[in-house]
Design a protein around this ligand. Structure first.
Ligand SMILES: Nc1ncnc2c1ncn2[C@@H]1O[C@H](COP(=O)(O)OP(=O)(O)OP(=O)(O)O)[C@@H](O)[C@H]1O
Length: 553
């Protein structure tokens, strides 16, 4: 992935497809205007109250009006914070959903060099930065800016001399805060990278917990985590230093403004050119300025962090996706072939001009030394690599003419070490299945692959959760389970990558009996290193250095 520098433009570009409807922004604008108006009326009303005390004592109506005004303002402030937050969370929800979709539908090759835990950390953590700007800071910025302009205007009308004093102080404060806030850009990026790296390693260590324990590597990895945490700590501290400067500088500016205003007010009061009510209103407005100023400073500082996060998220959002438009649905498979199939990675030819037509029925066994390209050849039928789609033929048509999901519905792949998700037995079996299946159909599929006693052992409980390390299964049971998956999806072709490699002799024989039985109904193509599994009627293909060197068809 390219590492273009993050900027605010790329953040808005990333978010623009996920914007809520215009109506929502209109409601937000209305709430901002009403809340700000209430906030602005409050000091004016107080000033009126104070001036009226000095002249005629306390009026109950004015005091009741003040209480009502305070309550209304509080309610609108709460509604505004809730509504603004909701809009931000909605945008973040849509952004995350689209990024997860992009990752799930991206081409295999674009993820070959990536680490899954790092990518998931990016989608969750980086988008959190974006979310906090949208859900917390953006509303603050909008209402802050509106009230800033309005407060300064009102202040100017109340007393232009005090306003000039105040604006001078505020501009000085901004000139001090802005460069510090801009420093957050690089810090934000470094912080997110350090956290993603930490998560990547912890996930890996936990996933391969047994490997770590059996190699006594726990202590060493624990120590290594210290370096990773050190990097997070360093970046977090850089961020904290910047943020800890922003707060005191804002307070200092406010304090100085207040002292200046009080000093000038005292002078002008003494001269009789200003009333006590005006001074009170001014001071209240001054307190009111704390919020917009802090909100604006927070927004710009967090915006920089979010822009850093957007760089990486933009890379994810631009990952090339698998082709999905082809309308032709594959229903039956009569013919399976590859023509002039080449597959090259990192200047290394992995498959070299392979030409082969698989027989219409029966069991095919692909033999060959390790690294000769057996798995890569069979993988081509699942369309993982778009560049080879025109060399793979099904029923005489190239793979790119077919709707890819219909191809994957018809061709099932059973890995050397079948993968199971942390989900129920049923959900694992019906993964990606379009049609509904009854419990009886599930039991029949499991029984047809010889998992009767396994079913007894789990009490026929299809809701049982598969643990992360799939402790509920032995190696052979996992293979059979994966084959049952293929049976349930009514696949026409079953591809198996060394299904017998983890099995003892009797399990090996049983599995081969099952595969030969299945080969009567569907095309079964398996990779193996074991010559003793071959029977005279089998179709045998031998590979060496990315080429088919022998076949007995
Ligand atoms: N996507 C890829 N990117 C880079 N190299 C790849 C890719 N796919 C396969 N290879 C390389 O191609 C070679 C053949 O791999 P393949 O898994 O097809 O061999 P194999 O014959 O199935 O081996 P084994 O019997 O050990 O499973 C290996 O060196 C592998 O590293």
């Amino acid at each position: 992935m390219d590492k273009s520098s993050g900027d605010t433009k790329s953040l808005w570009k990333l978010l623009s497809p996920h914007k809520p409807k215009r109506k929502s922004f209109v409601y937000l604008g209305l709430l901002v205007v009403i809340t700000t108006a209430l906030e602005l009326v409050l000091p004016l009303y107080s000033s009126h109250l104070i001036d009226s005390i000095s002249a005629n004592g306390v009026s109950t109506a004015i005091v009741s009006g003040l209480i009502a005004l305070v309550l209304f303002t509080a309610v609108f402030e709460a509604v505004l914070a809730w509504y603004g937050g909701r809009l931000g969370h909605q945008i973040s929800f849509r952004l995350r959903y689209s990024l997860i979709g992009r990752l799930l539908h991206s081409q295999s090759q674009s993820l070959d060099q990536e680490h899954s835990a790092e990518l998931s950390a990016r989608v969750v953590n980086d988008s959190k930065e974006v979310k906090s700007v949208l859900a917390e800071d953006l509303t603050g910025l909008i209402s802050g800016s509106v009230s800033l302009v309005a407060v300064i205007t009102i202040m100017f009308v109340l007393d232009w001399r005090l306003t000039v004093v105040l604006v001078t102080c505020v501009l000085t404060g901004f000139a001090l805060i802005l460069p510090i806030a801009l420093m957050m850009n690089n810090i934000g990026k470094a912080m997110q990278a350090a956290e993603a790296n930490l998560l990547k390693h912890i996930t890996e260590w936990l996933r391969y917990g047994k490997l770590v324990k059996s190699h006594n590597a726990g202590g060493e990895l624990h120590k290594r985590s210290q370096d990773l945490l050190d990097e997070c700590f360093t970046q977090e501290m850089r961020g904290t230093k910047v943020l800890s400067l922003i707060g005191p500088i804002s307070n200092l500016v406010l304090m100085l403004s207040m002292i200046a205003i009080l000093a000038f007010s005292a002078y002008w009061l003494e001269q009789g050119t200003m009333t006590l009510g005006t001074v009170t209103a001014f001071l209240l407005y001054l307190f009111g300025l704390t919020f917009p100023l802090t909100a604006m400073a927070m927004f710009f500082s967090n915006l920089n962090k979010a822009s850093g996060a957007a760089t990486r998220l933009t890379e994810i959002s631009r990952l090339p996706t698998e082709p999905s438009e082809a309308p032709l649905v594959l229903e039956n498979i009569t013919d399976l072939a590859v023509k002039d199939l080449c597959f090259v990675r990192d200047d290394k030819t992995i498959l070299n001009q392979v030409n082969y037509q698989f027989p219409a029925s029966g069991l095919s066994i692909v033999l060959g030394e390790s690294g000769s390209g057996k798995s890569t050849l069979l993988n081509q039928f699942l369309g993982f690599y778009p560049e080879t789609h025109t060399s793979v033929f099904i029923n005489g048509k190239t793979l790119n003419e077919y709707n890819l999901s219909s191809v994957r519905q018809s061709i099932a792949w059973v890995d050397q070490e079948p993968k199971l998700l942390h989900a129920s037995i049923r959900d694992n079996l019906t993964l990606g299945l379009k049609q509904q299946v009854t419990d009886d159909e599930v039991f029949n599929a499991l029984k047809s692959v010889g998992l009767h006693s396994w079913l007894e052992r789990i009490n026929h409980n299809l809701k049982l959760m598969v643990s992360e390390q799939s402790h509920q299964f032995s190696g052979g049971e996992k293979q059979r389970f994966a084959i049952a998956r293929a049976i349930l999806r009514q696949a026409k072709v079953l591809l198996l990558d060394e299904p017998t490699s983890a099995l003892d002799d009797s399990n090996k024989v049983e599995l081969m009996i099952l595969l030969r039985k299945l080969a009567d109904k569907m095309r079964v193509i398996m990779i193996s290193h074991h010559l003793d599994l071959i029977e005279p009627e089998d179709n045998v293909i031998e590979m060496a250095a990315g080429e088919i060197v022998n076949n007995n068809t």
